[in-house]
Design a protein around this ligand. Structure first.
Ligand SMILES: [Zn+2]
Length: 260
């Protein structure tokens, strides 16, 4: 069995960032990097204990250089950095599942911690074929193009509810209750490790029930920008995108992976 574990930072236990900046700029960031390793290692242990032969851990937050790599379980391979030109380096149709650690709710989700979709600065929200989607759904759909299901998501309560709405088969762990952009009531960070181990173990046992998440092709993507000039710039600099209104651009792709 082969698995890909994509690790973001916003949805980890005891992570909220700080007002007025990004998580990466906040005092909370150093803790987030340590907690990312703890939550990832719990998932990785469960995967290898369940018989995995190959596990790729992707350092997915920001520029892709967040984790203390020597603290990761030694059997993993590590995808780090940015600019791969594809969403899942090393993954093909033979992979059995993708896991999302520390993911966050989509844009336009009230009281979700650090909720955004790819850019917290640029977008109000993103629509795929007329439905608002965020990183969980879009990343799941890109794995779905290869026939690979998302089998596990850990995040705050808002993102977990969102994941279950789109991916009803998925195993989940709620790390914290979101009260706002920078506010959470969190489980103890060490308690979450045990819960992740148990939930990932269940996910692997339930592999036959897991389904690739697919969106219809051709796929229409609408970007609702926060600022008019960003929509203007995109429509004028990239001919694939047309202007729908002052704040919105739209493009049609064969597959979502042609966009991201
Ligand atoms: Zn992130």
């Amino acid at each position: 069995m082969r698995f890909f574990v994509s690790v973001d930072c916003e949805g980890l236990a005891c992570v909220v960032g700080a007002p007025g900046g990004t998580l990466t700029d906040s005092r909370n960031y150093a803790f987030a990097c340590q907690q990312a390793v703890r939550e990832t290692n719990a998932a990785v242990r469960a995967l290898f204990d369940a018989g995995a032969e190959r596990v790729i851990v992707s350092d997915s937050h920001g520029g892709g250089v967040n984790l203390d790599y020597e603290q990761l379980g030694e059997r993993v391979e590590i995808a780090l950095g940015a600019g791969f030109g594809r969403r899942y380096p090393g993954v093909d149709e033979r992979f059995d599942g993708v896991l999302f650690i520390g993911y966050h709710a989509m844009d336009n989700t009230p009281d979700a911690v650090l909720a955004h979709s790819y850019s917290s600065r640029a977008y109000q929200w993103i629509e795929v074929n007329g439905v608002q989607m965020g990183e969980v759904e879009i990343d799941a759909a890109i794995a779905g193009e290869m026939g690979v299901p998302v089998i596990f998501v850990s995040s705050d309560d808002k993102c977990v509810a969102e994941a279950k709405r789109f991916l009803p088969w998925v195993e989940t762990v709620v790390t914290k209750q979101g009260f706002g952009w920078n506010a959470a009531l969190s489980k103890h960070p060490k308690r979450v490790e045990g819960e992740i181990y148990e939930a990932v173990t269940r996910a692997v046992a339930r592999l036959p029930e897991m389904r690739p998440f697919r969106v219809d092709s051709p796929v229409t993507v609408r970007l609702h920008y926060k600022r008019m000039e960003d929509a203007e710039r995109q429509a004028r600099s990239d001919t694939r995108w047309r202007r729908v209104d002052a704040y919105t651009t739209e493009a049609v792709f064969e597959r979502l992976s042609d966009w991201l």
